[in-house]
Design a binder for this molecule. Structure first.
Ligand code: ADP
Length: 652
């Protein structure tokens, strides 16, 4: 039994293929995790890194609370089952299962007990004396599972274990593996390219594509709340219908228009609460997704109706799938038409070819994606809400209330669009709001708040009192003010990015060994940031070295250090104060630091002024806040993120 932590894990193969990028996940004890995605997306590589069969380029892997990056596979207490079984052909089933235990010098009677128990769990007791070649694929895979079970590992890793089996056997084995997980009460990580396997077995699923994690969630949440078009299309059969279209708001409703069709649906604006407003102006093409099961051949089922022309019907016994086209004049074959739609209909439904039928759509179930990025424009936790506001004499009127603008936010009087991130909204403060509803989003408590004539969202602590009328606060440093789409006042960038290099020096250290002092030379590493050197702990240096490779000393690095982790000190990076950003309760020094870089082949130097923000208290503002003050900035080199710039890898 064990939990696992994957912390910013990367894999770059020697040929430069970035197979896994920034994989972060906490796996709880006893979970059944499925990695799913098309071939080549990095599932096996991730699994093999967990097994210890593949070196981790950067990042940290913990099993329980032990860092195992450099632990031998045999010491990790995991067992792996492969697609090709990997049984020894000359050994009987019994011997195949006992072999690993014998190598570990487990007493004979204990081996016997474990082998028989495992055989019993898997229903292969009667085959114990057989050789693998006299068994079917399904039976062989059971033996492979048995060989893993007898080791009583903390974690089971299964790499496409069913893909050599025929369809019927796969379904049977699927439920057997689920039952096995239930019986063994151990953590399982299972790799497959088959979304049905993922959906039916996983307690949580990791959807991957091109080396990147797309989404980690429960099967139900992946189906209901896909975070991008790829996940939406990958999960569910038949595949979600996708259309290009536009959304245009008129007062309380939004017209949903599907390109290339006459479909125009008038939908209440409340259906789009979570959607980014800029997509509701009708001038941006969006991808609209709706599943076959959310379209009904009964035109009275939902109030949103559309006509389509039937192409053909597939009878599935339990129901049927109607292939049709929303472009009733379409000349294209339905398979290639961008306006093709699949509708689920009751079993036995019959339609004529080219018959025009009216369907109704459950518009509460549609999915909206940006056409270019394919990311949802209506995430479960909305990133931000854009509202209208007016500034007059240093006071911002928005959402039926007034907020005094802090000194850092000096803008001319006038009307603005105010982008309020969800992370900026909290309980307390002065704006009157009403809690309309709340939902649990993967353990986070999301409130839907009616504020003035708009809806805002807030993440609040689980135990916060939040019902009915409440007061809310907006963290003004996170807010952006714009006019006609142009940013007038951006949110404060609290993460500072500074160029860096790793330096190595030799140092003599003296240690006492049995009363005698011994001197030896060791390598000491430091990060050089804008001509100031910060010593790294051994652990951080080790991570940078092992992730960065042999030529790490010549590579460009970047340290990410947020405003709260930078301090004014006696030693540190030279910085010049340019001003104070005063947000009332919080104050920041705005400084510039100068980075100098020698161009290759000594072709002169380039200098760059970088703006840096430092969180400070009122005393520090009094001491250093004058424009032109020279200060020194320092940070704890063990408490920052270090990136390798060229490969965009987080090393530490
Ligand atoms: P999946 O299991 O999702 O099919 P893999 O993890 O096997 O994908 O592979 C991810 C990517 O890494 C692919 O582009 C693959 O070609 C590449 N890859 C896998 N193994 C190696 C290797 N040993 N050397 C170089 N590239 C590799």
């Amino acid at each position: 039994m064990a939990s696992l932590t994957l912390n910013h894990i990367y894999k770059v193969y020697p040929n430069g293929v970035k197979a896994v990028n920034d994989f972060c996940m906490e796996i709880a004890d006893k979970e059944f995790i499925v990695f799913v995605g098309p071939s080549g997306c990095g599932k096996s590589t991730t699994l093999r890194m967990i097994a210890g069969l593949e070196e981790i380029t950067a990042g940290e892997l913990y099993i329980g609370d032990v860092l195992v990056n450099d632990m031998e596979p045999k010491d990790r207490d995991i067992a792996m089952v492969f697609q090709n079984y990997a049984l020894y052909p000359h050994m009987t089933v019994y011997e195949n299962m006992a072999f690993g235990l014998r190598l570990r010098k487990v007493p004979k009677d204990e081996i016997d007990k474990k082998v028989r128990e495992a055989a019993n769990i898997l229903g292969i007791t009667e085959y114990l004396d057989r050789k693998p070649k006299a068994m079917s694929g399904g039976q062989r895979q059971r033996v492979a599972l048995g060989r893993a079970i007898v080791r009583e590992p903390k974690v089971f890793l299964l790499d496409e274990p069913l893909s050599n089996l025929d369809a019927k056997l796969r379904t049977a084995m699927r439920s057997e593996i689920s039952k096995l997980h239930h019986k063994l009460q151990t953590t399982f990580i299972y790799v497959t390219h088959d979304q049905v396997e993922a959906m039916t077995m996983g307690t949580r699923i990791v959807v991957m594509k091109d080396g990147y994690v797309q989404q980690i969630d429960t099967p139900r949440n992946l189906y209901r709340f896909p975070g991008n078009k790829f996940v939406a299309g990958f999960i569910g059969t038949p595949q979600m219908n996708f259309f290009d279209g536009t959304l245009t708001r008129h007062g309380d409703s939004v017209t949903v228009a599907l390109d290339g069709t006459d479909v125009r649906l008038e939908v209440p604006v409340s259906y789009f609460d979570k959607a980014e407003r800029s997509y509701l102006k009708g001038d941006k093409s969006v991808t609209i997704g709706i599943r076959a099961e959310h379209i009904s051949v009964d035109p009275a089922r939902y109030p949103f109706k559309a006509k389509c022309r039937v192409s053909h019907v597939e009878e599935l016994g339990t129901d049927c799938q109607v292939y049709a086209d929303f472009n009733v004049q379409s000349e294209e074959t339905v398979a290639e038409s961008p306006t093709r739609v699949i509708v689920k209909a009751p079993a036995g439904s019959t339609y004529d070819i080219d018959q025009i039928i009216e369907v109704s759509l459950d518009m509460a179930q549609i999915h909206l994606f940006d056409k270019e990025t394919e990311v949802t424009i209506a995430p479960r936790i909305p990133k931000a809400v854009e509202v209208d506001g007016t500034v007059a004499g240093g006071t911002l009127s928005l959402l039926g209330g007034k907020v005094a603008l802090p000194p850092a936010m000096k803008v001319e009087d006038g009307n603005y669009q105010i982008t309020v991130p969800t992370s900026a909204v909290s309980l307390g403060g002065t704006l009157a709001a009403k809690v309309v509803s709340e939902e649990d989003v993967n353990g986070l408590r999301l409130l839907r708040l009616a504020v003035g004539d708009r809806v805002l969202f807030a993440i609040v602590p689980a135990d916060a009192k939040a019902t009915g009328a409440v007061k809310i606060d907006v963290d003004m440093k996170q807010v952006t003010l714009s006019k006609e789409g142009e940013t007038v006042l951006p949110a404060l960038a609290v993460t500072n990015v500074l160029p860096a290099k790793l330096l190595k020096r030799r140092e003599e250290v003296t240690t006492e060994v049995n009363g005698a002092s011994k001197t030896k030379k060791v390598d000491v590493y430091s990060l050089d940031v804008c001509r100031c050197s910060f010593d790294c702990s051994e652990a951080v240096a080790f991570r940078i070295l092992s992730g960065g490779g042999a030529d790490i000393l010549s590579k460009k690095l970047a340290v990410h250090v947020d405003a709260y982790k930078l301090h004014v000190g006696e030693k540190g990076i030279d910085a010049v104060v340019k001003g104070v950003e005063d947000y009332g309760a919080e104050k920041f020094l705005r400084c510039t630091v100068t980075h100098t870089e020698v161009k290759p082949r000594n072709e002169g130097v380039v200098t760059e002024d970088i703006t840096v923000y430092v969180a400070v208290d009122a005393d520090a503002v009094a001491a250093y806040g004058k424009e032109g003050s020279s200060i020194k900035l320092t940070f704890d080199a063990d408490d920052i993120a270090v990136y390798e710039v060229a490969r965009d890898i987080r090393l530490a």
